[in-house]
Design a protein. Structure first.
Length: 313
């Protein structure tokens, strides 16, 4: 794909329209891969959106622009792993699902469509892992076998073999339904997915990790005074002035320098509150040379580093 390297280079230079093109081209692949690992379309879209945000912020670490697809797949894998370790599957009783369906117009048709979709997704989920990945990637998006191979880091012959095995297991009649169902789940039908990724890129200024999401959100809400916008076990967003602070789950408590800083009125009081809230004081309040400012260096309970400052004037 000749335009791939151009999109990556332009995106590295801050051209969001170029990154939009990358998202549009790879969104179905990213969601399909995440879906094949998580088995839940909503979680798959969350994981893929977070992966695109992280990829944008880490573009400078991509040595070969032409390797973007395989590089992105590893980021999607990591996000899925975080979600898997933090989420518990929720089962809906059949009677509850029927009640929801029957409350909508044309309930018989909707029930039939949902039952068919459920059968298809269950059949795909039952495939061996390697076959499930290539099936979801190939049929959710309009990708060639070579593109699927590049994303997964395997040979084209391996993709062909796994697709053949999957087709044998699913049978010809089911394959038509698999294609229709997965294509219907693809995010490329409209611009909502791409728009959401761009909104995240523009709004999220600080990326933090959380070993315990509930503890992290409580700390930044109650101790640092941030407003919670969204909150889930694997991804949360908090408002800090005009910026967004994002927390993604799966951290291990290791120290991370975030660039986050807070202006406070009483630095000693805030330091005490941070420590009482589970954080640590890395540097006690000190004067900044030549300026009427006190600075302190701290970490939150998850290991994310941040600074606080008090203007002494």
């Amino acid at each position: 794909m000749p335009e791939l390297e151009d999109w990556v280079e332009r995106a590295r230079g801050g051209d969001l329209s170029a990154y939009d093109e990358l998202v549009r081209h790879f969104q179905d692949m990213a969601v399909g891969y995440a879906y094949s690992r998580l088995g839940d379309l909503g979680l798959a879209q969350d994981a893929a959106q977070e992966a695109f945000l992280l990829a944008y912020r880490q573009l400078d670490s991509l040595r070969a622009p032409g390797a973007f697809a395989g590089w992105l797949s590893r980021i999607v894998f990591t996000q899925c792993d975080r979600i898997t370790r933090r989420s518990r599957p929720v089962s809906v009783p059949p009677e509850a699902a029927s009640a929801i369906a029957s409350s909508e117009p044309n309930s018989n048709e909707l029930i039939e469509r949902r039952e068919l979709g459920a059968q298809v997704r269950a059949a795909v989920a039952a495939l061996p892992e390697s076959e499930r990945y290539v099936t979801a990637l190939f049929y959710m998006g309009d990708y060639s076998q070579a593109e699927v191979a590049g994303f997964l880091g395997i040979s084209v012959s391996a993709v062909k073999s796994r697709l053949h095995s999957a087709r044998e297991r699913l049978r010809e009649r089911m394959m038509d339904m698999v294609k229709d169902t997965l294509r219907g789940d693809a995010p490329s039908h409209d611009e909502q997915f791409t728009t959401r990724v761009r909104e995240l890129i523009q709004a999220v200024k600080f990326m933090l990790t959380a070993q315990d999401m509930e503890r992290a959100v409580t700390f930044y809400r109650d101790v640092m005074g941030l407003e919670v916008i969204t909150h889930s076990p694997h991804w949360s967003e908090l408002r800090y002035g005009d910026a967004i602070v994002a927390l993604h789950g799966g951290g291990d408590g290791s120290f991370i320098e975030t660039g986050l800083s807070f202006q406070v009125k009483e630095i000693a009081t805030v330091c005490d509150a941070v420590v009482a809230g589970g954080g640590k004081l890395r540097m006690s309040p000190q004067d900044r040379p030549g300026e009427p400012i006190l600075l302190a260096d701290l970490t939150d309970p998850e290991g994310n580093g941040f600074m606080i400052a008090e203007n002494k004037d």
